[in-house]
Design a protein around this ligand. Sequence first.
Ligand code: PLP
Length: 364
Amino acid sequence: MVDLLGQYKKIKDDVDKAILDVIESTAFINGPQVKQLNSELSEYLGCKHSICCANGTDALQIALMALGLKPGDEVIVPDFTFIATAEVIALLGLKPVFVDICPETYVLDTGKLLNALSPKTKAVIPVHLYGQCANMEEIMGIANNHGIYIIEDNAQAFGAETKVKGVMQKAGTIGHIGCSSFFPSKNLGCFGDGGALFTNDEKLAEKIACIANHGARVKYFHERVGLNSRLDTLQAAILLVKLSKIDEYISARQQAAEKYDFLLGSIEQIKVPVRAAYSTHVFHQYTIQAKNRNELQKFLAEKNIPTMIYYPAGMHNQEAYKTAGNFPVSEMLCKSVLSLPMHTELSIGQQEYIAKSIKEFYNK
Ligand SMILES: *Cc1c(COP(=O)(O)O)cnc(C)c1O
């Protein structure tokens, strides 16, 4: 699905030196690379504050804590996402409310979002799924009209851009807080766990940094309940090297996606991903909808082609989060989506082999 070794080999000298520098400095926690990464992330994204933390799940949890939500408050999330988005809501004693998604773009359906609002709704976490933005213009409009917070789950769309008020803005910088993950397979990935929060609000930025550091601004003086959620200096050093290549990585993914479109577009039994008019797509995943999906996946596996099902079950169907409700799009997608290999090192030969094999399956 990914080729992390191939990507590493191309930047090996820079990465190895960055790692050795940290080891020799022994500043393993809060070393200068962490500060530098925060500042380079802000510069790249065009936001005022970036605060790195231990992983993307912590980033979401810290965001909810920083907004001061109280047990019983409702937080709306798409039904079709990675579990972390809902998990942190439940962990804090808040109530996750699931909303169905759009059948073409796989992101939060804003019409259904409006219907799900209640007096207890305090926040919405739109997920920029697979690398394409939720409709932030509409979502920010709803947030402003109803006085609710928006936390963008930007774990899959680092570097994507979307039009809000006529201006292209980077995903993760539009809501009150944006959260990202540097899990190795994400578009900007480190060599372990990592995450970050983004905001343009100085007070929120201070709170976030305080929560991520045991609730202390001054060492050993704890003004609130916090977490130990830091990004290792080693990971920051690696991310600095990779952040300098991120636009190349994004364009390699976009080119691979166009190639897939070209190779697969004419196959009747599958649907290639639709691009929203309001957003760029950074293709964390290239996800098709396929007839006889499970059989196709098995057939491809026999040809040594890895594929993944993101996701086989919606939030409302997860044992820990069972909820009644109507989620026809999410349920349909759980049965039909299939993510094909997508990464920066994908070759045209590999893509042709994958396309040929998919055609072979349907022509059997
Ligand atoms: C990866 C991911 C997360 C969590 O990130 P971790 O760094 O693995 O904790 C959250 N939300 C979405 C949509 C993700 O894809």
